[in-house]
Design a protein around this ligand. Structure first.
Ligand SMILES: Nc1nc2c(ncn2[C@@H]2O[C@H](COP(=O)(O)OP(=O)(O)OP(=O)(O)O)[C@@H](O)[C@H]2O)c(=O)[nH]1
Ligand SMILES: [Mg+2]
Length: 232
């Protein structure tokens, strides 16, 4: 997951909080100059969090860190409207680098007096109705886990049709080619899908036998997809 947003909105603090303080941060004078990295396990899924710098001239790093991201947590400083334009500029980059990637907005710094509520942030940033904007605070921990879980739930919803077909052929002899037939995938697309799934630890694949096995967390998530929204 990519954790990005405007300068000083709280991206590094979000990564730190969500990974239980066990994150790494490459910064200078309290501003990120390379990246933040943290890890968190949710319902058996390992989530890797990559935080970007926020300063304008680090666009190239935001582009590099965007590569391969499955989802975006976009952090906004709700307490300082003077930073809105910068945040919008970073958002235009995300639109460019990750146009179709699922996104959740964090209206951060809700603990600050006078911070704009999520509904106002939604308006100011012209965020579509079906995209979640969640009021958060890295000081109190407000809704941070919820924000990540909301993003995961949306991602699971997106891949559920694919996972449902996969689960039909899970562990079956010739499962890979049966899956490919059902999806009308050629060999190249089938390999691409399985490589994507394997890299994320969602499946184990035995190419010689043509068999794959779904990882247990994926199976249980398919059975109880609403669990992901319950906070830990
Ligand atoms: N009150 C309050 N302060 C916050 C919150 N989140 C972050 N901050 C403060 O805001 C400042 C910036 O936080 P960072 O987490 O470094 O923000 P960032 O977006 O990573 O900043 P850059 O890497 O410089 O773009 C720090 O002084 C934090 O303590 C919050 O939820 N509430
Ligand atoms: Mg930072």
């Amino acid at each position: 997951m990519l954790v990005t947003g405007g300068y000083h909105s709280g991206k590094s603090s979000v990564v730190k909080f969500l990974s239980g303080g066990r994150s790494i941060h490459i910064d200078k004078h309290e501003t990120t100059v390379a990246l933040d990295y943290g890890r968190v396990d949710i319902e058996g899924l390992r989530v890797h969090l990559f935080g970007t710098p926020g300063m304008k001239h680090f666009r190239v790093l935001r582009e590099i860190l965007s590569k391969g991201a499955d989802g975006v947590l976009f952090v906004i400083d709700s307490a300082d409207s003077r930073r809105d334009e910068e945040a919008k500029a970073v958002r235009r980059e995300v639109d460019e680098f990750l146009p179709d990637t699922t996104r959740v907005y964090l209206a951060n710094k809700q603990d600050v007096e006078g911070a704009r509520p999520p509904e106002v942030i939604k308006q100011v940033f012209d965020i579509p109705d079906d995209v979640p904007v969640i009021g958060t605070s890295t000081v109190t921990g407000l809704n941070l886990s919820l924000a990540l879980r909301t993003l995961l739930a949306k991602l699971i919803e997106k891949v559920a049709p694919l996972l449902n077909v996969l689960s039909k052929y899970d562990g079956k002899a010739g499962g890979i080619s049966q899956f490919a037939d059902t999806m009308k995938f050629n060999l190249a697309s089938t390999r691409k899908v399985f490589n994507w799934l394997e890299l994320r630890g969602y499946v184990e694949v035995d190419w010689r036998a043509g068999v794959f096995w779904l990882a247990p967390p994926i199976k249980s998530i398919l059975e109880r997809s609403d669990e992901i929204l319950k906070s830990s």
